[in-house]
Write a protein that binds this ligand. Structure first.
Ligand code: ADP
Ligand code: ZN
Ligand code: ZN
Length: 719
């Protein structure tokens, strides 16, 4: 009896591969195997361990299993199968996303934990001639924590000296990542917080999704901590998704304080060893509380009992290339598969989630007062149409900053662009510096005298003269964070100005330094991009100035108004979080715009309702399901031609799907590639999924022009 298996490989192919199962092998779905592939071998994952053998082909046998257990347990395996079909992404690539890089490369699924050593005895036991051993003991004793063998060797000692000390019992091995056991007490919840907590679904109730709408500073994190303490079993796992861990090290620190080394993290700056170690703990069912960014939702949990998605509206939950999944949406599906509660928290929930709370899919839990003595800040508009500006700041804004600093408090200035100025322009000939590879303008970065493209990796040296007419009247136009930093530094020479943007936080740990400095409480001005809007708790900030609010008011993207309101409310929410009242000044040229008027009333839900009504009127998501077929090629003709062909195939089939385009993308040329898209809108998500799946199969089997790439983007975040 021949047995065959279907295997997925980590390749961008919408197909699986058949192999014979050797007689002495038992294979399970989700198990890792080595298979011959072409003239090489490849790592694969068993997708069907009992498949129908294809007719008329001679199959090669599986070389062997990499471990006797499935790397993807049942629930994770099902989840990824669902996600591959929902997002129309090749199954193999989806399955391998759940593995750490080492396992994708076929390395063994075991942990090489390096020993770390610390001093255990008194040096009096050492013979007098053991100078190096003595030196090693002294060195180890002077270190703040236990040190790894490799660090000891790097410091100039030998393994022989180390083992001599170990034999005498003078040094002992410890676990590298051992942490002190948590001892801290949770603060008592306010009545409002307790009321919110009481309404959350419990693990015992199975699957339910709650939308925890809690205004900025209402103490949502505190509610998560209480929830986990009260309802998470000691032997079970919890997943806490956050948008960006590196920006908010405080959040992890808060969890660690209460749950000690039960808390583990998952994010892009872990090295391969750390990833494997954490992955194994999760797979082995250790009762971790895992705090992670989007891809953590794909990890092979075995014993997951609760999922929390913090700042659920954040667009970084959606992956922007390749497997374009939404970590938040997969989290909800995971809760359903796993029969456990999902808590989505935000001060500015996505319109999708609000819609789902209106139609009964999610339970809306509201928390509309701030924790402790804090009150919501007062937001006012500052019309700057005919006001003189100094580096983008109006006199009233500068005055408010001065008063704030004079009171010994801190201020935050929000600028939506990094760099010095978004445009360099010649005031003689009108020349504007553009990216030679994209349809975009170059941003002037004054700190390193560079012109940079924010859409590709192009950069060039900045020049003082117009490159076209040599005029010296070649000047920066518009506001960036560097310029605001300079202007504020000149205006307030006695006050430190701290810039927070992607450029100033590149070094590992730099954000922590910035946060420490701000939270020391001394007067200072924080200047930065939306990085400053992300969940930070700055108790001494009492004034927020928004340099220009108008960017999103007239955008073609149907999501722009939602994102504008969310960003402005989140930035505003950094003011007045401590005992002092806060104030927000929003500079705008459109102070009569209804969206900004509504913002001043400070209530998010009514604004969201209005935006939802607009979405409904236009039958945009969430009232219809949307997908994009994206194409890019060496010429626009090729991109549009491909999409025209796809459109003809769709027009020929019988369905009620509305098609828009094809049209060039907003930035039509990027890194010398020409991009276009076809929009699909459908009332039935199931129908859309089916049509897309057929279309992908057809497109896969057609010959495309050289250099053409296409992708499907389901529930696109940017259009
Ligand atoms: P959110 O996540 O909703 O923005 P946080 O959980 O960060 O809010 O809480 C905001 C601030 O209020 C934090 O400094 C937090 O320590 C404090 N806080 C929250 N709940 C309480 C409470 N019950 N008692 C005292 N302080 C609290
Ligand atoms: Zn010129
Ligand atoms: Zn570019």
């Amino acid at each position: 009896m021949t047995r065959t298996a279907r295997i997925a490989l980590n390749r961008p192919l919408r197909r699986l591969f058949d192999y014979l199962i050797p007689d002495d092998q038992e294979l399970r779905n989700g198990q890792r195997v080595t298979v011959p592939f072409g003239r090489q071998s490849a790592t694969g994952i068993v997708v069907d361990n009992n498949s129908e053998p294809p007719e008329g082909v001679t199959l090669k046998p599986v070389t062997g299993a990499l471990e006797p257990w499935p790397v993807l347990p049942e629930e994770t395996f099902q989840l990824l199968n669902w996600a591959a079909s929902y997002y129309q992404h090749p199954l193999g690539e989806c399955l391998f996303m759940a593995l750490p890089p080492a396992l994708r490369r076929g390395r063994p699924a075991e942990q090489k934990r390096e020993s770390a050593w610390q001093v255990a005895g008194t040096p009096a036991d050492l013979p007098a001639n053991a100078h190096r051993q003595q030196a090693l003991l002294d060195w180890l004793g002077s270190q703040p924590t236990a040190r790894e063998t490799s660090a000891i060797v790097k410091a100039g000692f030998t393994r022989a000296q180390l083992s001599a000390l170990a034999d005498k019992g003078l040094v002992v091995e410890t676990r590298v990542d051992a942490e002190p056991v948590a001892t801290a007490q949770l603060p008592e919840l306010s009545a409002a917080q307790q009321h919110a907590l009481d309404q959350l679904p419990l693990p015992a109730d199975g699957f339910a999704t709650a939308l925890l709408y809690g205004i900025t500073g209402s103490g949502k994190t505190e509610i998560y901590l209480h929830y986990l303490r009260e309802f998470l079993d000691a032997a079970r796992q919890a997943l806490v998704l956050v948008p960006e861990i590196n920006l908010t090290p405080q959040t992890v620190a808060r969890f660690r304080r209460y749950f000690g080394d039960r808390v583990v993290v998952w994010h892009s700056s872990l090295n391969d060893g750390e990833r494997l170690a954490t992955w194994l703990r999760v797979r082995n069912g250790e009762p971790v509380i895992l705090i992670g960014t989007r891809s953590a939702v794909l990890l092979p949990f075995t014993g997951l009992q609760t999922i929390i998605v913090d700042e659920e509206h954040d667009s970084s939950y959606k992956q922007g290339d390749g497997f374009r999944y939404s970590g938040r949406d997969i989290a909800v599906y995971r809760g359903h598969l796993n029969q456990c509660p999902v808590i989505l928290g935000s001060a500015t929930p996505s319109l999708e989630s609000i819609h789902n709370s209106r139609n009964g899919k999610y339970r809306l839990v509201c928390l509309e007062e701030r924790a402790g003595n804090a009150r919501l800040p007062e937001i006012s508009l500052l019309d700057i149409r005919s006001r003189p500006l100094e580096g983008g700041l109006s006199r009233p804004a500068l005055q408010a900053l001065r008063q704030c600093l004079d009171r010994g408090q801190q201020a935050l200035v929000y600028v939506n662009r990094r760099g010095y100025a978004p445009v360099m322009m010649c005031f003689d000939c009108g020349h504007i510096e553009e990216c030679p590879r994209c349809d975009t303008r170059l941003t002037y970065h004054r700190r390193d005298r560079a012109m940079r493209c924010h859409h590709c990796d192009f950069q060039a040296a900045a020049s003082d003269h117009c490159p076209k007419c040599q005029s010296a009247a070649f000047k920066p136009v518009g506001q960036g964070t560097e310029r605001a930093e300079d202007v504020l530094g000149a205006e307030f020479p006695a006050t430190p100005v701290v810039r927070v943007d992607r450029d100033s936080t590149q070094r590992k740990g730099s954000i922590q330094g910035i946060l420490d400095r701000v939270n020391s409480g001394q007067p200072c001005i924080l200047v930065g991009t939306q990085m400053l809007a992300k969940g930070h708790d700055f108790p001494n900030v009492t004034l927020v100035v928004v340099v220009n609010a108008d960017g999103g008011l007239f955008s073609v993207d149907f999501r722009a108004p939602e994102q504008l309101v969310q960003t402005l409310l989140q930035v505003s929410g950094r003011a007045g979080r401590g005992n002092l009242p806060g104030r927000v000044l929003v500079q705008t040229c459109h102070s009569d715009h209804p969206l900004l008027q509504a913002l001043c009333r400070g209530k998010y839900l009514p604004m969201a309702e209005r935006l939802l009504a607009e979405r409904e009127a236009g039958q945009f998501p969430p009232f219809r399901a949307m997908a994009l077929l994206r194409a890019e090629a060496d010429t626009m003709e090729n991109s549009l031609g491909f999409l025209d062909g796809a459109r003809r195939q769709l027009d020929g089939s019988d369905h009620d799907i509305e098609l828009w385009g094809p049209l060039p993308a907003v930035i039509a040329r990027r890194a010398d590639r020409f991009r276009a898209q076809l929009v699909l809108l459908a009332h039935s998500r199931g129908r859309l999924n089916q049509v897309l799946s057929n279309l992908c199969q057809q497109l896969d089997n057609q010959r495309q022009p050289k250099g053409l790439r296409w992708q499907v983007d389901v529930d696109p975040q940017e259009t």
